[in-house]
Design a protein around this ligand. Structure first.
Ligand SMILES: [Zn+2]
Length: 417
């Protein structure tokens, strides 16, 4: 009996030892550890999206930061005011949920433009990437999401401050320039051909030609400074085009496009400015020009609620009217069957956050055989450019827009519309 009890005791000790050994092995197993830690942060089977890149465009009063992310995520932004006690500058940070930081973003990105000191990103916790912008001064900021591909756009507005840099590396200060500045944006480019006509004419080629002709005319006749968002056949994301206009201190922004419709008989000219719309055709067009599916367009209209406060709606509407009237008037005098589709409004991403009066011009329908034929003809493009130029002159005359000491004389420059 005693022997039996001893045996039972021995077996129990062994069992307990084996149990502890197995438990210890479980702890050492890295696979089990990973599972345990992920569970503890509530990720479960959710895969983290890669935060792939940070791009920026800036001057001393405006900076646009774009965070490129592998796929759709949620985020939260926070502004921390200057902390005098802790000697910390104001900071704006964005927490991106269920995300993983790409290893090449671990180094801070120095900006030093007088508005932002730097941008930096870190893996705040296993599931959150935090992007921090160290600010010198800030008045306001806006963030919004764009899709296809997914990115978060942050616009920071500040008070211009002096840049503490050596003279040689000091960036140009567009705000102090005395010359009036027009930013012309030829739509699409590179891998994005835009709309394609029945005979194969590509929107990206036509609008580049118009932008170049128009730019030359503006420089020659008005003496204004002209900036093209692209001078050749290259792809530029929509948010970069607006960023160029803002950071270069543009006074007007014109995005030039050619229209398209499934119905090849549809033709005509229309000019848009940024605003909400319920017009189905305008929404369909905005989806195409934004490179998103029509279902996504309601998201963009929601973003607009935040952005419209700073948008120059009245000025943009007036600019659109001047350009549209001039285009239709001039082309009607020289061509048959020119159709006025009017001034319209829509949620065009390329106009999101533009700080100056800005419009999107659909010069003709490339999908219509007659208008495609015309768009192939240099004379027609020349007429379009002249008409837009005259529209700008009209706008300048109406608004008496003067920037510093313009290098053109109102009486001579505005007499030829
Ligand atoms: Zn287009």
């Amino acid at each position: 009996m005693q022997n039996g009890l001893r045996m039972l005791k021995k077996t129990s000790i062994w069992l307990v030892l084996i149990f502890f050994l197995l438990w210890a092995l479980t702890l050492l197993n890295p696979f089990c550890q990973l599972q345990a830690s992920e569970r503890s942060f509530g990720v479960g089977s959710q895969k983290r999206a890669l935060v792939k890149g940070i791009r920026y465009w800036s001057n001393s009063a405006y900076t646009r930061i774009v965070i490129d992310i592998e796929r759709e995520v949620t985020y939260k932004d926070h502004l921390l005011r200057k902390d005098v006690k802790l000697k910390k500058p104001p900071r704006l940070y964005i927490d991106i949920k269920t995300a993983k930081l790409s290893p090449h973003l671990k180094q801070p990105i120095p900006i030093g433009d007088g508005l932002l000191k730097r941008a930096r990103a870190g893996q705040y916790n296993p599931t959150t990437v935090r992007v921090v912008l160290d600010l010198e001064s800030v008045i306001d900021y806006k963030t919004f999401l764009l899709t296809d591909p997914f990115r978060i756009v942050i616009d920071v507005l500040g008070r211009p401050t002096r840049v503490k840099k050596k003279k040689a590396t000091k960036p140009p200060s567009p705000q102090r320039s005395s010359s009036f500045k027009v930013v012309i944006d030829p739509g699409h480019g590179g891998e994005d051909p835009g709309a394609i006509g029945p005979k194969g004419l590509r929107e990206k080629d036509v609008v580049l030609k118009i932008a170049q002709i128009l730019g030359d005319k503006i420089k020659k006749e008005l003496g204004w400074e002209v900036i093209l968002t692209r001078e050749d056949d290259r792809f530029i994301p929509l948010e970069e085009r607006t960023a160029i206009a803002n950071t270069k201190g543009g006074d007007l922004f014109l995005s030039v496009h050619a229209n398209a419709s499934k119905n090849m008989r549809v033709h005509g000219i229309e000019t848009y400015f940024l605003n909400f719309t319920t017009d189905k055709d305008a929404l369909r067009l905005a989806a195409r020009e934004n490179g998103v599916s029509p279902e996504r367009i309601s998201d963009l209209q929601l973003i607009l609620y935040d952005l419209m406060l700073n948008a120059k709606v009245n000025e943009s509407c007036h600019l659109a009217e001047c350009v549209q009237r001039s285009l239709v008037g001039r082309l009607k005098r020289r061509y048959a069957r020119v159709k006025d589709l009017g001034v319209k409004q829509g949620p065009f991403v390329v106009l999101f956050g533009a700080k100056m009066p800005s419009i999107l011009i659909e010069v003709s329908f490339i999908s219509n055989p007659m208008e495609e034929r015309r768009l192939k003809d240099e004379r027609y493009l020349n007429e379009i450019a002249t008409a837009i130029l005259n529209g700008l002159k009209r706008y300048a005359r109406d608004t008496k827009m003067v920037r510093g000491q313009p290098s053109w004389s109102i009486s001579t420059a505005l007499s030829s519309s």
